[in-house]
Design a protein around this ligand. Structure first.
Ligand code: HEC
Length: 387
C-alpha cells in the first residue's frame, strides 16, 4: 500500500557533512527536514536506523551514510531522559510493527471478537491484528479521511473519525466496504459509544462536540470551549470531555447536549485525556504542567500529583484499570508507561521498548490489559497486567 505524499513544508538548513545531500533528497519527499530539529535525536546510528525504518526502506549504503550523519548532527537531548521509578509490580509489554511504513499507527482498540484494530492516520487505513498469531491485515479507507482514531461498535463494525475530511465512517470488516457520514465540523477527533447506542465525539480545532445515531444517521453538533480532545462515558451516563485548549473538563448531558464545565486550577493547564474511576471521580493528565489529577465531579474538588519525570513529562494517554491509573510521559525518550496507585500514592514506571514515539491513546481490553502504540516506530502493543 503506498503512502500518499504529504504536503511539502519549508526546508530547514542542514549542517554540512557527508550525508547532507542524501538526507535532503531522501527524507524530504514526505515532510520537511525541520522534523529533524524537532525530534528527540539519537546518539547511535542504529537508533536512527530504527526510526528511519518505520518510514522508508533504504539501500544499505544509503542507510549507513544517513544514520551516521544524523547520529553526529542530531544526537539525543539529555533533558528528554525519563526519571524511571522502580517498583515490585510486574508487567509484560509486547509490540508488533505494522505493515505499511510511515502510517504512524495509533489508537488501538479491541473489537468484540478479541481482534486488535489500529488506525494509520497518515495512510488513511485501519488495520486488524490477531494477538494470538500476530497476523495483520490492513483496510484502505477513503484517502482524504486521515482517521485520528477508531472505535468498534457492539456488532464489530469499526468506526473511524475522519480528521482530514470532516467525516465519520463505518468499516465493515467482512466486506471491506465503508459507509460515510459527513459532519459539519472540520475535524472529528476521538469518539466513544454510549450505552444508548450513539457515538459521541470531539472535534478539536472546530471546537465542537457531536452525537451520531448510527440507526437513523441523525447528527447533532454543539459548540464547546477550545480544543475538546479525549472523551469517555461515566457509569452515570454522562459524557466527560478533556480540553486541550483551556483549563477545563466538560460534562456533557447525552440527551440535551448541554455542557457543564469544571475549572481546573492554573490557566496554563491543558488536558489531553481522562478516564473515570469506579467511584465516579475523573482522572486526567495535566499535559502542559506535567501532572496527573483527580476531579470529584460532585464537589468540583481537584487534587494533583507531579509526574516522576517533572514539568516537561507531558503526560498524554490515560486509563484507569481497577482504580489504578496508567498513563505515559510522552515528552520523554523513551516514552514511559507510568502506573500510579491512588491508594498508596506510589508511582512505578517503565520504558516502552520501541519508545521513540508517543502513546496518544490507550484502550482497556476485556481482560483488563492495556493496548498501546508508538506512532514514530509504527508499533501497536499490549501491556499484560497481572491481577
Ligand atoms: C514515506 C514518507 C516518509 C519518508 C520518506 C520519511 N518520513 Fe519521516 N515521517 C513521516 C511521517 C508521516 C511522519 C509523521 C509526521 C507527523 O506526525 O507530523 C514522520 C516523522 C518524522 C520524524 C519525527 C519523528 C518523531 O515522532 O519525533 C523524524 C525525525 C523523521 N520523520 C525523520 C525522517 C528521516 C531521517 C527520513 C529519511 C531517512 C524520513 N523521515 C523520511 C514520513 C516519512
Amino acid at each position: 500500500m503506498a503512502l500518499a505524499t504529504l504536503p511539502f513544508f519549508a526546508r530547514a538548513e542542514l549542517p554540512e557533512g557527508p550525508g547532507k545531500l542524501l538526507v535532503e533528497q531522501v527524507c524530504s519527499t514526505c515532510h520537511g527536514t525541520q522534523y529533524l530539529e524537532r525530534a528527540q535525536g539519537y546518539d547511535s546510528p542504529e537508533a536512527w536506523r530504527a526510526v528511519m525504518a518505520s518510514m522508508i526502506n533504504l539501500p544499505e549504503a544509503q542507510a549507513i551514510t544517513i544514520s551516521e550523519y544524523l547520529a553526529t548532527h542530531y544526537p539525543s537531548r539529555p533533558n528528554k531522559k525519563p526519571n524511571l521509578i522502580p517498583g515490585d509490580f510486574d508487567i509484560e509489554i509486547q509490540e508488533w510493527q505494522v505493515p505499511t511504513l510511515g502510517q504512524r499507527s495509533r489508537d488501538p482498540v479491541e473489537a468484540p471478537d478479541g481482534s486488535i484494530w489500529w488506525t494509520g492516520m497518515w495512510a488513511s487505513l485501519a488495520g486488524r491484528l490477531d494477538p494470538e498469531t500476530g497476523k495483520m491485515e490492513e483496510f484502505q479507507l477513503p484517502k482524504s479521511a486521515r482517521p485520528h482514531s477508531i472505535v468498534p461498535d457492539a456488532t464489530g463494525f469499526i468506526w473511524y473519525l475522519g480528521n482530514g475530511n470532516g467525516t465519520i465512517g463505518r468499516l465493515d470488516p467482512g466486506s471491506g466496504t465503508v459507509d460515510v457520514f459527513p459532519t459539519t465540523s472540520r475535524d472529528p477527533h476521538t469518539g466513544v459509544f454510549h450505552p444508548n447506542g450513539k457515538l459521541y465525539f470531539t472535534a478539536q480545532h472546530s471546537g465542537m462536540l457531536g452525537r451520531l445515531d448510527p440507526e437513523s444517521g441523525a447528527l447533532t453538533e454543539v459548540e464547546s470551549r477550545a480544543r475538546p480532545y479525549g472523551i469517555k462515558v461515566g457509569d452515570n451516563g454522562k459524557v466527560y470531555i478533556a480540553f486541550n485548549g483551556t483549563n477545563a473538563i466538560g460534562e456533557l448531558d447525552p440527551e440535551t447536549m448541554a455542557i457543564r464545565y469544571f475549572e481546573i486550577p492554573d490557566t496554563r493547564t491543558r488536558i489531553r485525556r481522562l478516564d473515570i474511576a469506579t467511584d465516579g471521580s475523573i482522572w486526567f493528565v495535566n499535559s502542559s504542567l506535567g501532572k496527573i489529577g483527580r476531579l470529584n465531579p460532585n464537589t468540583g474538588v481537584v487534587e494533583q500529583w507531579n509526574s516522576p519525570s517533572g514539568p516537561n513529562a507531558h503526560p498524554y494517554a490515560l486509563a484507569v484499570i481497577d482504580d489504578v491509573v496508567w498513563y505515559n510521559e510522552s515528552g520523554m525518550r523513551p516514552d514511559t508507561l507510568v502506573r500510579f496507585d491512588p491508594a498508596s500514592e506510589r508511582f512505578q514506571s517503565w520504558a516502552i521498548p520501541s519508545g521513540i514515539g508517543i502513546i496518544r491513546h490507550v484502550w482497556v481490553t476485556k481482560d483488563k490489559n492495556l493496548l498501546i502504540h508508538q506512532s514514530s516506530s509504527n508499533r501497536v502493543g499490549i501491556v499484560r497486567i497481572p491481577r
